[in-house]
Design a protein around this ligand. Structure first.
Ligand code: HEC
Length: 502
């Protein structure tokens, strides 16, 4: 070591000791999280949709018919025969098919007998297990495995309940409701998913509770969504445990009002195996909770342990190198509120980006909480408990809990969404394509801008491609065929995609 460097190092150590020493002399502000003020912000229910905690699908006044599906039968045939209000009971056995529910008020229920479940097996060939676009849909008790695309995906249906399903190794998304209002996702076990085990996209008034998510890239993801509560889940052995963020380039630009509370978040150190270019491929392994460009996120009562990068990372879009910026999305995370959490052994082998911020504060060693980038109006209580980096601008929160908020679900349900024929292209685009294609940047697939340049004036050519996609780009995964969409919808979505403006 040359002398100059040694002197600098001594000064740094001295300065560090002095700063740490002076901090140690300040008595910490200790706030009891029991009995204090409760959060008064968040979703404000109107008289007609006063909050409730039981379910998202309104109770039926009359029970419809029950359709029984046995091994050898087709679940899709039963869906086609069913009327709104009917229940479809699927007996234990193996079913290899894609089920598409495009009517309202269908309960699709797997029957569990002596532990044996109705199992949907995609055989490593089929893309999606269950797709729904109706309102008031309940899907419960299935085992779903070996699909390439989605386990359960919702497209623009309101009032949904997805409950007690076991989803193993199903490709890109495990449970993926998109563009829905008022939904409950509870008691599911989801593992081995290449992107997100539970992925809430562009939705409102969502409750995600009592799920176990593991061995996936992202455990639970709240993306471009508002008024969501994520509680009592166990997120472990993913790359990142629980995420709330904004993906730029989507039609809905914000993620806000998210409460992440009382979850177990541990050992999310799995090396990232997300598709190259996808947003989640930028998540550093060893992330407990990640807040990126999301506003009004409360983190309370979680047990967050054993993450090599950090327990909680709050950042802006510049942190994620895989993201293309969108001038319409505010890239910062504002008003992050960190209440009491138990944090153990986080940040023991962190990444250079976190180390760089730590260095400016002469912080060495473990990192429970790190904030990278600007932030307005953020707060924390009992900050002295954690090893923190980058939260100098955080004030003291003037509340200590969220006890006054049980749920953001809507009593009586949200108005069913009615899809007019003229909206077909838009809904299919938002519901299906935008999961993988954004306007400007690369997601799972190339950007819409790139596609528009290739297919300008040629929607027929685009339809041909999506019916039977051929592998074109070395650095992208193959695109799943969209041939389950009827011809009219395919043409509508092609026309919509080609006409889309930023
Ligand atoms: C699960 C992710 C996924 C979904 C959903 C998806 N795509 Fe793709 N798409 C891709 C990927 C990946 C590629 C690049 C494939 C390649 O180059 O081999 C691609 C490529 C394309 C292309 C470029 C074709 C070419 O000639 O290069 C078009 C057009 C396209 N997608 C349209 C659509 C439309 C329309 C939808 C919705 C109905 C859609 N995609 C849904 C992943 C997806």
């Amino acid at each position: 070591m040359n002398n100059k460097f040694r002197i600098v190092l001594i000064i740094v150590i001295f300065a560090g000791g002095w700063i740490l020493g002076s901090n140690n002399n300040v008595a910490p502000t200790i706030t009891s999280s029991v009995g204090g003020a409760s959060y008064s912000g968040g979703y404000q229910a109107t008289d007609t949709d006063a909050k409730l905690t039981v379910g998202a699908v309104p109770l039926r006044e009359t029970q419809g018919n029950v359709h029984i599906v046995k091994p050898g039968d087709s679940i899709q045939a039963a869906v086609e025969a069913a009327q709104p209000g009917d229940t479809i009971q699927v007996m234990p056995g193996i079913y290899s098919e894609t089920v598409y529910i495009d009517k309202d008020d269908i309960h699709l229920v797997g029957v569990i007998q002596n532990g044996a479940r109705a199992t949907m097996d995609g055989l490593g060939k089929l893309n999606d297990a269950i797709l729904y676009s109706g309102n008031n849909i309940i899907i419960e008790n299935f085992r779903i495995t070996k699909y390439k695309g989605n386990g359960i995906m919702g497209q623009a249906g309101n009032n949904f309940e997805i409950r007690n399903n076991v989803i193993v190794d199903t490709g890109i998304y495990g449970i993926f409701p998109q563009l829905g209002t008022n939904g409950l996702i509870e008691h599911n076990v989801v593992s081995g998913i290449e992107d997100a085990a539970i992925y809430i996209g562009m939705s409102d008034n969502i409750h995600v509770a009592y799920n176990e998510v593991f061995d996936s890239v992202a455990g639970i993801e709240i993306e471009n969504s508002r008024h969501a509560i994520v509680e009592y889940n166990n997120a472990h052995h993913n790359t990142g445990g629980i995420l709330a963020f904004v993906t730029p380039g989507l039609p809905i630009k914000t993620t806000e009002d998210v409460i992440i509370r009382n979850n177990f978040v541990s050992d999310n150190n799995t090396p990232n195996f997300g598709a190259p270019g996808s947003i989640v491929s930028g998540i550093p392994a060893g992330t407990g909770i990640l807040v990126m460009a999301a506003d009004d996120v409360i983190i309370e009562g979680n047990i967050i342990s054993n993450h090599k990068t950090a327990g909680i990372i709050i950042n802006d879009h510049s942190f994620a190198t895989t993201i293309t910026m969108d001038i319409e999305s505010d890239p910062n995370s504002d008003r992050t509120m960190i209440l009491d959490n138990v944090m153990l052994n986080n940040g023991y082998d962190t990444i250079p980006e976190v180390m760089a911020v730590a260095l400016t504060e002469l912080h060495t060693g473990l990192v429970d909480i790190v904030h990278v980038g600007p932030s307005n109006g953020s707060c924390i209580i009992n900050r002295h408990r954690y090893r923190t980096v980058g939260i100098g601008s955080y004030g003291e929160c003037d509340f200590t809990n969220t006890d006054s908020i049980d749920s953001y679900l809507l009593a009586g349900g949200a108005e069913p969404r009615v899809i007019h024929p003229s909206e077909r292209g838009e809904i299919a685009y938002l519901g299906v394509c935008s999961g993988c294609h954004s306007y400007t940047g690369r997601l799972i697939g190339p950007s819409v801008e790139v596609i528009q340049a290739m297919y300008a004036g040629n929607p027929e050519g685009l339809v041909e491609y999506i019916n039977a996609p051929i592998k074109k780009r070395d650095n992208f995964p193959p695109m799943p065929a969209q041939n389950y969409l009827d011809a009219e919808t395919q043409m509508a979505v092609a026309t919509y995609m080609l006409a889309l403006e930023k």
